[in-house]
Each structure stands twice: as structure tokens, then as C-alpha cells.
Ligand binder design. Structure first.
Ligand code: HEM
Length: 126
């Protein structure tokens, strides 16, 4: 049985890993790099995947620790966080396909992270 704090550390390491990976792909693509040319492709995709998994394990671990019951419906703030997790899982595919979108990532993705943290802290729309 792990503590809430332990799950939060996993959650944050996962978030950091996902953003490092997405940022790496975005910078490479914005500089004209192509997927096949990247010598760090494997490292980046494994990092992004493990990051996504840690965000989930940490997030659901914390939910159990803060008293969410099995079978209870998810509140809206949580659905929004799950949607953000899905977006962060998918957007890593975009920069090589649409390099013009790689630059806006540097504004949009931190804002999305801000929304996720807002949901965790204020839990609006219960
Ligand atoms: C499946 C996706 C996710 C789930 C299930 C989830 C769940 C949770 C839960 C239950 C908490 C603790 C809330 C509390 O203690 O009252 C939390 C905290 C947090 N989440 Fe998430 N989360 C998810 C995705 C994300 C994403 C994508 C981000 C950022 C990009 C994020 C950032 C944070 C941060 C920074 C905290 C710490 C807030 C604090 O307690 O000080 N989460 N999350």
C-alpha cells in the first residue's frame, strides 16, 4: 500500500516525462527534422509511453487515497483531466505530420497543463 504522496510523485514524474518527450519531438520537427532521421526516436517514444502510464497510475492511485469509491461515477473535473491525458498522449504524433503546429505547442501545452492542475486543485463542476 503506497501513500498519496508516493502516487503524486509518480504523477509528476509522468507529467515531466510526457512533456520532455513532446517538447523534444516538437523542437526536432520545427527545425525540419523528420521522424525517420531521429536517432532518439526509440528513447522519446518509450519515455512518452512510460510517462503516460505513470500519470495514470499516479492519478488513479491518488484517487483511491483521497477516498474515491469503486463504482462511484467520475466527477466532471476528473473527466476533463482524463481528456487532457488523452490529448497529451496523442499530440506527440502531430509535429512530424504538421511541423507548422510545433511552435504553438509551446504555448498551448503548458496552458493545458495549467487547466489540468486547476481541475485537481479547485475541482470545479463536481
Ligand atoms: C488520467 C488522467 C489524470 C488523473 C486520473 C488525475 C488525477 C489526479 C488526482 C486524483 C489528483 C489529486 C487531487 C487531490 O489531491 O485532491 C491529481 C493531482 C494533480 N494532477 Fe492529475 N490527473 C490526471 C492527469 C493530469 C495531467 C495530464 C496533469 C498535467 C499535465 C495533471 C497534473 C496534476 C498535478 C500537478 C496535481 C497536483 C495538485 C496538488 O495536489 O497539489 N494531472 N491528479
Amino acid at each position: 500500500m503506497f501513500s498519496r504522496e508516493f502516487y503524486e510523485i509518480l504523477h509528476i514524474i509522468g507529467i515531466a516525462l510526457m512533456f520532455v518527450a513532446i517538447g523534444g519531438v516538437a523542437v526536432h520537427a520545427a527545425n525540419g527534422g523528420r521522424k525517420g532521421e531521429s536517432s532518439t526516436r526509440k528513447l522519446v517514444s518509450i519515455g512518452h509511453g512510460i510517462g503516460a502510464l505513470l500519470v495514470l497510475v499516479g492519478g488513479f492511485g491518488m484517487l483511491a487515497r483521497i477516498g474515491m469509491q469503486h463504482g462511484a461515477g467520475f466527477p466532471t473535473w476528473l473527466w476533463i483531466k482524463i481528456a487532457i491525458w488523452l490529448v497529451l498522449s496523442a499530440v506527440v504524433l502531430i509535429p512530424y505530420r504538421k511541423p507548422a503546429l510545433a511552435r504553438p505547442f509551446f504555448i498551448l501545452l503548458p496552458l493545458l497543463a495549467g487547466v489540468a492542475v486547476y481541475m485537481a486543485l479547485y475541482k470545479p463542476l463536481v
